[in-house]
Write a protein that binds this ligand. Sequence first.
Ligand SMILES: *[C@@H]1O[C@H](CO)[C@@H](O)[C@H](O)[C@H]1NC(C)=O
Ligand SMILES: *[C@@H]1O[C@H](CO)[C@@H](O)[C@H](O)[C@H]1NC(C)=O
Ligand SMILES: *[C@@H]1O[C@H](CO)[C@@H](O)[C@H](O)[C@H]1NC(C)=O
Ligand SMILES: *[C@@H]1O[C@H](CO)[C@@H](O)[C@H](O)[C@H]1NC(C)=O
Ligand SMILES: *[C@@H]1O[C@H](CO)[C@@H](O)[C@H](O)[C@H]1NC(C)=O
Ligand SMILES: [Zn+2]
Length: 450
Amino acid sequence: MKFLLTFIGVFHLLSLNSGKTICKNDISQRTFQEIKEEIASYGDVAKEIINLAVYGKAQNRSYDRLALLVDTVGPRPSGSKNLEKAIQIMYQNLQEDGLENVHLEPVKIPHWERGEEFAVMLVPRIHKMAILGLGSSIGTPPEGITAEVLVVTSFEELQRRAPEARGKIVVYNQPYINYATTVQYRVQGAAEAAKVGALASLIRSVASFSIYSPHTGVQEYQDGVPKIPTACITVEDAEMMSRMASRGNKIVIQLKMGAKNYPDADSFNTVAEIIGSKYPEQVVLVSGHLDSWDVGQGAMDDGGGAFISWEALSLIKDLGLRPKRTLRLVLWTAEEQGGVGAFQYYQLHKANISNYSLVMESDLGTFLPSGLQFTGSEKARAIMEEVMRLLQPVNITQVFRAGEGTDINFWIQAGVPGTFSPSIFSLQIFYIQQCLQGLNLSSARTLFWK
Ligand SMILES: *[C@@H]1O[C@H](CO)[C@@H](O)[C@H](O)[C@H]1NC(C)=O
Ligand SMILES: *[C@@H]1O[C@H](CO)[C@@H](O)[C@H](O)[C@H]1NC(C)=O
Ligand SMILES: *[C@@H]1O[C@H](CO)[C@@H](O)[C@H](O)[C@H]1NC(C)=O
Ligand SMILES: *[C@@H]1O[C@H](CO)[C@@H](O)[C@H](O)[C@H]1NC(C)=O
Ligand SMILES: *[C@@H]1O[C@H](CO)[C@@H](O)[C@H](O)[C@H]1NC(C)=O
Ligand SMILES: [Zn+2]
């Protein structure tokens, strides 16, 4: 994790108060060679940040801070008291850290609770199945739903076999292609099954491999379509039911879910800054989300992202550096429910979009980084590549394509990428796996995660 911190820290060199500046106006007037030279001139500052984060007194700081929060508060689902407790703790932490303009921006967020849930296969044999209800799903009646199963591997197959679906539990055994493609089954599976008269839907977890572990996540009902209960099952059970169905076995499942949706709750996006010395109105935003699902501690998703984003500010403050542009930390609320906090933030702040230089989000899990994902013009990408050279001492220099994320997409979709002016880029960061925290980089390298 600490490498990552370094990484964000170094990125902000572009905004540091030494030498010339790079801003969108400057770029049109300056040659790429000049920009390249300026970036290279930050090499020593980059090394200072790297040393503090990787070898110095900040070595394990973000890990220790995160461990304390997740051990103390535990899971932080949208609408829960835990999430609000975490937000209050972070508000205090950021003030105690000496950051500027620490404040909370109110947001109304969904409140869903899973309740007790279970599923058991009754026919062709008794088999208790691991399930996780999907966020925003309704529950079943108290006695549960007992029905025959229709197994399909795609929405197309569901359409083709629509007459068979009525009164059944639809099981999706869609193959894993990639997250963005396959997650559509989790998000839309219940609505599509309800359209053809199903009573409930069970979705194969959206995972590239499995150790009999169901994965939760949010799902969406559609207006005018009946709401039916929906949960994820394991890859193993989905495959098994597919095999049974292809042998002509009848399958019957009893599903019980106590899930419930409550009225929207009060929450906050948490904000802190280091105010820019030269262009205080211009913003470089770093972010992660504080909310999590209820069935873990939310350390990977997205405690790591939130805390390394905070660490970027801490490192710069510790070194007594002041960026030219305002460096703003935003800890989003209710990302898991579809970027609810981020959407509200965008609505409130989009009037100032022309002063957002860069929007960064960290929400890919916590691993050893090899680079970052970036969306922006080719000219901006060339500049990014120069910036990333500063991370040569920790060998984190790659610039990938397709930077995107729930909490920054609103800005990206506002249309700036692809234009000549590099006003909005998006970045995502690859993390150091938590278990590598504390290892010297030279040994961590050999454990490189891909
Ligand atoms: C990390 O490893 C390098 C190379 O082996 C060594 O020079 C350095 O002192 C080590 N740093 C720490 C903090 O152990
Ligand atoms: C927009 O930016 C101006 C400074 O340029 C600031 O005073 C104002 O509060 C900002 N508005 C929002 C909604 O962020
Ligand atoms: C952006 O910042 C500049 C100063 O750097 C200010 O003059 C301008 O009003 C700001 N624009 C918006 C939309 O806030
Ligand atoms: C540096 O990282 C690249 C991948 O990003 C890897 O292929 C290479 O082996 C690494 N080099 C060292 C010395 O670890
Ligand atoms: C960081 O953690 C490692 C492993 O637990 C430990 O060896 C090292 O001394 C710690 N560094 C600091 C600065 O506390
Ligand atoms: Zn996340």
